[in-house]
Design a protein around this ligand. Structure first.
Ligand code: 8DG
Length: 143
């Protein structure tokens, strides 16, 4: 934990499409993380609103506009004092482009294990498995 005792946050988006698939993104780097799959997102800047940070990251990484919904879950990251918080979201404009990632895949519920997710994401994938296909998207996203 950093000296303030307040966790620093990586926000990321479980972007779900009309077919109930979630967007998985393959990291290019750094080398320790390259080839691992993740939810698009990044660090919340000091003083930045979390939802605004997620909208910014999705524009930077995917070139899309997103609407951000409720929290899927939160897990600790290996870096001391950091947490990863994943929120549901949906793309409202644009098509994902390979800007910072090496590959994208839209994964259906039964395909969630087809890619090697970054290790901290494992509990979130289990949460996602329970959600996908069980609730209408507008209920889940809260938007
Ligand atoms: N975006 C994202 N990051 C994840 C996930 N799972 C996971 O362990 N992480 C880790 C990887 C990184 O150590 C950290 C995110 O840092 P980052 O480097 O992508 O953040 P950033 O986009 O703000 O990048 P930078 O400007 O600091 O370089 O969180 C995930 O599902 N999505």
């Amino acid at each position: 934990m950093e000296s303030s005792g307040i966790p620093r946050v990586v926000v990321a988006a479980a972007l779900v499409d009309i077919r109930e698939r979630v967007l998985a993104c393959c990291r290019r780097g750094p080398s320790a993380l390259a080839g691992g799959w993740e939810f698009p997102g990044g660090k919340v800047e000091p003083g930045e609103d979390e939802v605004a940070a997620l909208v910014r990251e999705c524009r930077e990484e995917l070139g899309v506009d997103v609407e951000v919904g409720s929290v899927l879950g939160e897990v600790p990251l290996p870096a001391d004092g950091w947490v990863l918080r994943v929120r549901f979201g949906r793309i409202i404009a644009g098509e994902p482009r390979l800007i910072t990632h090496s590959a994208h895949r839209w994964l259906a519920r039964d395909e969630l294990d087809d890619v090697p997710w970054l290790a901290p994401d494992a509990p979130l994938i289990e949460d996602l498995r329970r959600y996908l296909g069980t609730a209408p998207p507008d209920t889940r996203s809260g938007v």
